[in-house]
Design a protein. Structure first.
Lengths: 111, 79
């Protein structure tokens, strides 16, 4: 536990679920092009993930930026590890590295 | 809220003097850029760390004054 309640909530989110995407909007209705692009890639790969809508939660919106030391949304965590924002995810997706990472870490796919 | 590409380039150069930088104004609106940056500072760093170095160079403008800057970062190729 830290003395920052938002950080504790973030830690809980990324420990509870293998793939967590902090995003603007929801996976069904992304409200930003960058979040939509990442949702598109994850959906294409049929990976199970949880979207956390930062637009509904101002503390989460600012908290996640400080937590990851990363100024923009979306942000993806895999098994508690920060993987990157939109550019990195896109680059990894196109290079096949993201698929490799999901496989290596034994992430569940939508059955 | 927009930023000139020359200003972005200058800030990155200040932090990474050896950087080779190519900036593209994606929509011509001074608000959506893509930058390709090659610097020895990125050697041995993960992609996340490389981007964090660039964000640090931009001193908090990323995500604020600068809405969108798509980054591609790379260490110089070994020749």
């Amino acid at each position: 536990m830290s003395d920052n309640p938002t950080f504790d909530r973030i830690t809980e989110e990324i420990n509870d679920t293998d793939v967590v995407l902090f995003m603007k909007g929801t996976p069904m209705f992304p409200q930003c092009g960058f979040s939509a692009a990442v949702v598109g890639a994850l959906s294409q790969m049929q990976v199970k993930f949880k979207g956390v809508n930062v637009l509904e939660d101002m503390e989460m919106r600012e908290g996640i930026k400080a937590f990851s030391d990363w100024p923009t949304i979306p942000q993806m965590y895999i098994k508690g590890e920060f993987v990157g924002g939109c550019d990195i995810i896109k680059e990894m997706y196109e290079a096949g590295e993201l698929q490799q990472m999901f496989d290596d870490k034994g992430i569940d796919y939508v059955s | 809220m927009a930023m000139e590409s020359t200003e972005i380039e200058q800030m990155i150069k200040e932090a990474l003097p050896d950087a080779q930088i190519v900036i593209e104004d994606l929509r011509g609106d001074g608000d959506h850029y893509a930058a390709r940056i090659v610097s020895s500072a990125f050697e041995g760093k993960s992609r996340v760390q490389q981007h964090q170095i660039v964000y640090a160079a931009l001193k908090g403008k990323m995500g604020g004054q600068l809405h969108a800057l798509a980054l591609t970062t790379e260490a110089p190729a070994n020749t």
